[in-house]
Design a binder for this molecule. Structure first.
Ligand code: ZN
Length: 156
């Protein structure tokens, strides 16, 4: 299951609408081992295509260096489909290389999806070419899961 803050869901959907009719893509980074998406990082679709996305290799290198220096991982990798449903394509599946990552797909394929009247926001695990959809729980905050470095554990 993916647990994600509502403001991050809104950011992802807004990015998808902004880049339509091209596919939008990006990452939500979070502390290693937390499974908690925290830092929204919209990326450039270097393909600038309505049917395909790819991260620019230089951008990707900088992103991974930046995440490394913060002890972060790409908890969510998202992209949009602008003409089809929010489900990984064959190409998406073949490129998916992060078994720990939640692959989020959104769609802007209809006017209602494009203007925000409806939303399609789905999450998948992709491991060895096998796609498994998972539940998405949208929360206002991670307060019950918060275990930041400045927290002092006092109850065991
Ligand atoms: Zn795709």
């Amino acid at each position: 299951m993916l647990v994600i803050r509502a403001d991050l869901v809104d950011e992802i959907l807004a990015h998808a609408r902004r880049d339509h009719p091209d596919e939008a893509c990006g990452v939500v980074a979070g502390p290693e081992g937390s499974d908690r998406p925290e830092r929204f990082i919209p990326m450039l679709n270097a393909a600038r295509s309505p049917t395909f996305y790819e991260f620019d290799s230089g951008d990707l290198l900088r992103l991974y260096r930046d995440m490394d220096s913060r002890d972060e991982v790409p908890v969510v990798i998202y992209h949009s489909h602008t003409a089809t449903e929010a489900h990984p394509s064959r190409t998406d599946i073949s490129y998916a290389s992060e078994p720990e990552t939640h692959y989020v797909l959104v769609s802007t394929r209809s006017p209602a999806l494009l203007n925000g009247a409806e939303r399609e926001f789905r999450s998948f695990r992709i491991v060895d070419g096998v796609v498994t959809e998972e539940d998405v729980e949208v929360v206002e905050s991670y307060m019950f899961a918060h275990t930041g470095a400045d927290d002092v554990p006092d109850n065991g």
